[in-house]
Design a protein around this ligand. Sequence first.
Ligand code: SF4
Length: 318
Amino acid sequence: MIRPRVGVSSCLLGEPVRFNGGHSRDRFLTDVLGPYVDWVPICPEMEAGLGAPRETLRLETSPTGPRLMTRTTRIDLTDRMTALARERAAGLLPDGYVFKAGSPSCGIRGIPLHRTGGGPPANRRNRGLFADGIINALPLLPVEDDGRLNDALLRESFVERVFAHARLRELLDAEWRPGDLVAFHTRHKMQILAHDPGLYRQAGQIVACAGSRTRPRHELVDAYAGAFCRALARKASPGRNVNVLHHCMGMLDLDPVRRADLLKVIDSYKAGLVPLSVPATLVRHHANGQNAEYARTQTFFAPYPEALRLRNHTPAGR
Ligand code: SF4
């Protein structure tokens, strides 16, 4: 399986780059996800020339927008950090990014904006400056922070998006022909449908025109990548997963006993009694047994390496 390239705040991998000389090692990232991805660790504050340990930073109000300032010595790092983000976004081309929560450089939400003159923060709705630059430059990139990755559903969803992004990148980096894009879309149909039926239809319409010369190739790529990535960014609800399972079941030739058994397992998933891995494994098992090509090659059944075991939580447990 492909190895996605994932940007990550260096401190999350255990590098001693925090302001106090310590780190924030995250064991899910280093021990569980690490063996399946290629990390691109970045500590923007170190790259901006600050050492470790160092003075702490904060976002402050200004007439031109948030500024990144050292707390005591009052050095303004805004322009340096903005340029660094632009440079890294242009050269990195990752499949995802895990940022450190709560940092005025790396945080992706809830960062306080302090009033320059003192007093309580003006608001707590900001991104860290470096993260903001990366996200603005790469709006389709799957991003999360270490705090949110403690949630089983968000964790699974992020990893699923990262691997899907990597497969799309692999396709588009190669000398692809319209038939390759059609084949890619065909393998991902059920996965897209589980996330967003509207964008599933839109992506299908885009691919249907792949062979015609009416649309410039770069426009076709932008349109498809946009629909694909936006679809996967939507939550795959239990209801939509059930719809996909029924859809795939309809492609199988099952006797009445096996059919009733499978329906019962799907209902148990719908009721929150078993995780998605249970009916999905059963459908795939039948598809493999019957050599049902379309169903068994759907990425819905293997969106990321199985050993990650991220589908083992029940909908009720969410
Ligand atoms: S949060 Fe970002 S800036 Fe802070 S130590 Fe970690 S990688 Fe460096």
